[in-house]
Design a protein around this ligand. Structure first.
Ligand code: ATP
Ligand code: MG
Length: 243
């Protein structure tokens, strides 16, 4: 479904990504981890068209999408959530999700009456467990609520591939478990392929079937959670972060 071929990205002299090659198959639930600054968000930015790679290609469903703009990539069925939620603050929560419905994946037809669009938006808000009324504004939401809104907005675009960037950060233990189970349901019930970046590695390791580890912009491990957690380079990379 998604294939990255030799992706590198430089910021000035800094190599944020170095020759990253990854394949993700349809239906996979993949975790992407790595210490701070290892290039995870940069990789999402490149896949979603926010940044262009310095070299390398991004292939999606067999098509070269390298350098296409984010709107076009969204229309092709790739959605992402942002590490720092960024709703439109002057629109209600429901309207934020309605925008996702309206500007999402054009492959799947949505009847364009305002009421239909709203019902569709409510369906996604409901799926992520965010209860709001017509007048609820984003700034009335808690940290948990904002993360749920990010997810609902992304789902509303009807993606085939979801890039989830740190959907658990700022949540307490109970909220963690619930938010993780929502991700799992997105894959299992909606059939959406997921790449999930997360700092809370325990929660991630419990859910995903495969983990890719980045360190200084390079893939240092790729395998099952059990394999990866025993990998010496991975252990070293994380010990380095703590010291
Ligand atoms: N727009 C940018 N301009 C300059 N440097 C950048 C930019 N974006 C990222 N970087 C640098 O590239 C490296 C990788 O950053 P990135 O945000 O991808 O890491 P990350 O793995 O998502 O980290 P975190 O876990 O902290 O979110 C870092 O050194 C960062 O400072
Ligand atoms: Mg990041």
């Amino acid at each position: 479904m998604l294939e990255l071929r030799g992706i590198s990205r430089y910021f000035g002299g800094l190599a944020a990504l170095k020759d990253v090659s990854i394949k993700v198959e349809k239906g996979e639930f993949v975790g992407l981890i790595g210490p701070n600054g290892s290039g995870k968000t940069t990789l999402f930015n490149i896949i979603s068209g926010v940044l262009k790679p310095s070299s390398g290609r991004v292939l999606y469903m067999g098509r070269d999408i390298t350098g296409l703009n984010p709107n076009k990539i969204c229309h092709l069925g790739i959605a992402r959530t942002f590490q720092i939620p960024r709703p439109f603050k002057n629109l209600s929560v429901i309207e934020n999700v309605m925008l996702g419905v309206l500007f999402g994946n054009f492959e799947q037809f949505v009847p364009y009456s305002e009421e239909n669009v709203k019902q569709e938006a409510l369906k996604y808000l409901n799926f992520v467990g965010l209860r709001v009324d017509e007048s609820t504004m984003p700034d009335e939401l808690t940290a948990v609520g904002l993360r749920r809104l990010e997810l609902a907005r992304a789902l509303a675009t009807r993606p085939a591939l979801l890039l989830a960037d740190e959907v658990l950060s700022g949540l307490n233990k109970e909220e963690l478990a619930e938010a993780s189970s929502i991700l799992k349901r997105i894959r299992d019930e909606m059939g959406i392929t997921i790449i999930w970046v997360e700092h809370i590695i325990g929660a991630l390791m419990n859910l995903v079937e495969r983990v890719i580890v980045l360190d200084y912009g390079e893939v240092i491990a790729d395998g099952s959670p059990t394999e990866v957690s025993k990998d010496e380079r991975v252990i070293e990379a994380y010990l380095g972060e703590e010291s």
